[in-house]
Design a protein around this ligand. Structure first.
Ligand code: PBG
Length: 322
């Protein structure tokens, strides 16, 4: 049987009908909101390339987190911007580092809110690279020690999930071993497993003050044309003990999300990164795109591709529209 008996438009005729056959629904619990924390108090400074996003001191952060919890958003992911940066990223794994302080404060004042921490060094190194620079490159194996120490310090402060984003080889195993050795056997690892060397991180680097001072990140982050290599990255991270994996950026890499979803059964996250956010914001401010619809369509597409967790700067406005 075919046309004219079969007419797919029958199921699209009314709002009620479309609602009934809808395959993909966004929920606030799918979202994780990235937040940027700075030292001091009483400061909330808008990031010019990311309207509606701020660098905040801990007092403002706590208020923001109350709002996030009230909206039913899945959680937050914290990025720290320390006053002091050095060659060895010492503030990344200091027990009184800015992220560690922020986690403690949020856990005390907003209990029940899920707190993820980004485990990386680029916000903490004077040169802006994600690890120990030896010669002109980042040394993988020394960097693993910093990452493991950071993850443990975050878990100690009360982080619910640690999320390494550095793209060093072997970091998931190193972090798992360090967490377990320190008694954090129940702290999950959300690995940024397939993270590409993307131009779409531009606005984030302004927000996190983490642009590399020389060179770029192409010797550790993935080359955009490669998809099979992403599957190898994900497979290795799963073998090393990742509890959840992430694909980043999201919209330009939906094929990777979809292939990972078909192949593995663990939770898959996707990061709608700063540049993806800023493109939609800029176009809508120019009157070229409808903000709400572009936001919801892009998020729905990411979920439809197979990501059940979406890190997004739209978490609050999207949660209000779910
Ligand atoms: C840190 C990190 C980056 C992002 C998340 N974690 C920047 C980078 O790798 O340069 C990007 C997030 C975004 O663009 O929103 N390594």
């Amino acid at each position: 049987m075919g046309f004219p008996e079969i007419r797919l438009r029958r199921l699209r005729r009314t709002e009620a009908m479309r609602r009934l056959v809808c395959e993909t629904r966004l929920e606030p619990s799918n979202f994780i909101l990235p937040l940027f924390v700075i030292e001091g108090s009483g400061v909330k400074k808008e990031i010019s390339s990311m309207p509606g996003n701020y660098q905040m001191t801990i007092d403002h952060l706590a208020r923001e987190c109350e709002e996030v919890r009230a909206l039913g958003i899945g959680g937050i992911i914290l990025f720290g911007i320390p006053n002091h940066k050095d060659e060895s990223a010492s503030q990344a794994y200091a027990d009184d580092g800015i992220v560690q302080q922020a986690v403690r404060a949020i856990k005390e004042s907003v209990p029940g809110l899920l707190v993820v921490t980004d485990v990386c060094n680029c916000e903490y190194t004077s040169h802006g690279h994600c690890g120990k620079v030896v010669g002109n490159d980042v040394d993988n194996d020394i960097t693993l020690e910093w990452l493991a120490a950071s993850a443990v310090s975050h878990a100690k402060a009360g982080a619910d999930i640690v999320a390494p984003s550095d793209m060093m080889d072997g970091r998931v195993a190193a972090i798992r071993a360090a967490l377990d050795k320190n008694g954090f056997i129940n702290t999950p690892i959300l690995s940024y497993a397939a993270k590409y060397a993307s131009c779409f991180y531009g606005p984030f680097r302004e927000a996190a003050e983490s642009a590399p001072q020389f060179g770029d990140r192409r010797s550790y982050q993935m080359d955009p044309p490669n998809a099979r290599e992403a599957l190898r990255e994900i497979e290795l991270d799963i073998q090393e003990g990742a509890d959840m994996i992430m694909v980043k950026p999201a919209l330009p890499y939906l094929d990777i999300i979809a292939r990972a979803r078909q192949r593995w059964d663990l939770p898959i996250a996707a990061y709608q990164v700063s540049g993806e956010f800023s493109m939609i914001m800029a176009a809508s401010r120019n009157g070229w795109l409808d903000l709400d619809r572009a936001m919801m369509e892009s998020l729905t597409s990411i979920k439809r591709a197979g990501a059940s967790i979406i890190l997004t700067y739209f978490a609050k406005p999207a949660a209000r529209l779910c």
